[in-house]
Design a protein around this ligand. Structure first.
Ligand SMILES: *Cc1c(COP(=O)(O)O)cnc(C)c1O
Length: 390
């Protein structure tokens, strides 16, 4: 019987010889034993994900990866110690000296550092294109372009990139389309359905959902993932079995959690959009969002992040953080507890004002990662805080 991806993800589990446990046991082991030398020789010769050594593969890591593949509709996957190691491996496996990468300009800060600082050290060129102007994407493609990289929704500006457009562009020019799906998660958006070849995640965020462990994962076409596997097997960004065990349990509740994160976020967005202290508010499922139609086409809901601009600018942004009572001030997102951040004075403080504006980080921009607390308590804290600032 054909199962829904959510059922498949919840029901996928590792084989254990002991059928007693209903929940998967934890395999805290660095390596695995063989019965004889021939079996061990064959496992090494295979270069597939046999359990040999936990840098290559581990049952808990495989369970997490298989569940992610079920949710994303992917053929294969490899899990890593963090989102950044997943993104780095997805670049380094396929890009070599003389190659060119086209990336949307609004991307996660450390990804920006890899693209602008480290890839050029290996002779890999890049062109940034604005998320909101798809016409510029095709113009940026050169004969040596190998990959298109994008995030949607973007962080922290929540721009939406048309995945169908990006998939068709990649096919037309025979490029690898690599999508960071961290903000949406696979229960909300499946880039592979629109033509993505690779999907990367920071599992640290919504997938864990409780701010406990770091993790990352890459899923996609079998042949591409096999090359990523060989790269990672030698370079060592493996996910720890314990973190994989945590993340695999988390996937069983991802769908129900994301529904509530999104309904809470929509409620806040609707109640704050016209607040007198706010000049604009963005949420993909509000009709006022500039790419609302695309969001409706490719996302099941608007996701768990809202962002808005305070009329009072930089000083109001800092005061807003200081005056919150319920919401946490912390460098994470995708937690059951709501989190507020002010990028201009924190994550992006080292950039010049002009550099910040180029990636849409305005002085009074506040990003809220909407948690699972009762929606009226979150709203009350934000309204009280808005009242307290100029
Ligand atoms: C956090 C994040 C990453 C990096 O993931 P880590 O697990 O922190 O290494 C990458 N992309 C996006 C969109 C993120 O939010």
């Amino acid at each position: 019987m054909d199962q829904h991806p959510i059922t498949k993800a919840i029901r996928t589990r590792i084989d254990t010889t002991n059928e007693m446990e209903h929940s998967s046991p934890l395999f805290l082991t660095s390596s695995f034993c063989f019965d004889n030398s021939e079996e061990m020789r064959a496992a090494f010769a295979d270069e597939n994900d046999d359990n040999i050594y936990s840098r290559f593969s581990n049952p808990n890591v495989k369970e997490f990866t298989d569940r992610m593949c079920a949710l994303e509709g992917a053929e294969a996957g490899y899990a890593t110690a963090s989102g950044m190691s997943a993104i780095f491996a997805s670049f380094m496996t396929f890009l070599k000296k003389g190659d060119h990468l086209v990336s949307c300009n609004a991307i996660f800060g450390s990804t920006h550092t890899i693209i602008t600082k480290y890839l050029p050290q290996y002779g890999i060129e890049y062109t940034y294109v604005p998320a909101g102007e798809p016409e510029q994407w095709e113009a940026a493609i050169r004969p040596n372009t190998k990959m298109i990289y994008l995030e949607t929704p973007t962080n922290p500006g929540l721009d939406i990139i048309d995945l169908d457009f990006a998939g068709k562009l990649a096919r037309k020019h025979d490029l690898i389309l690599n999508v960071d799906n961290c903000f949406a998660t696979p229960v909300n958006q499946r880039p592979i359905d629109f033509g993505a070849d690779l999907v990367v995640h920071s599992a640290t965020k919504w997938i864990d959902g409780q701010g406990r462990v770091l993790g990352g994962v890459i899923v996609g076409k079998e042949e591409l993932i096999h090359n990523i596997y060989l790269f990672c097997r030698s370079t060592g960004p493996a996910l720890s079995p314990f973190n994989a065990w945590i993340l695999s349990r988390s996937l069983e509740t991802l769908d129900v959690r994301m529904e509530r994160h999104a309904s809470n976020a929509l409620y806040l967005a609707q109640h704050l959009e016209n607040h007198p202290k706010i000049s604009w508010l963005k949420y993909p499922y509000l009709p006022s969002h500039p790419q609302h139609d695309i969001a409706k086409k490719q996302m099941q809901n608007g996701g768990g992040i809202i962002c808005f601009e305070l009329k009072g600018g930089l000083e109001s942004g800092r005061k807003f953080l200081d005056n919150l009572s319920l919401l946490s001030m912390t460098a994470n997102l995708g937690d059951s507890r709501s989190i507020a951040s002010h990028p201009a004075s924190t994550t992006h403080a080292k950039l010049s004002q002009a550099e910040r504006l180029a990636v849409n980080i305005t002085p009074g921009l506040i990003r809220i990662s909407v948690g699972l607390e009762h929606r009226d308590d979150i709203l009350k804290d934000i309204l009280k805080t808005l009242d307290s600032i100029s």
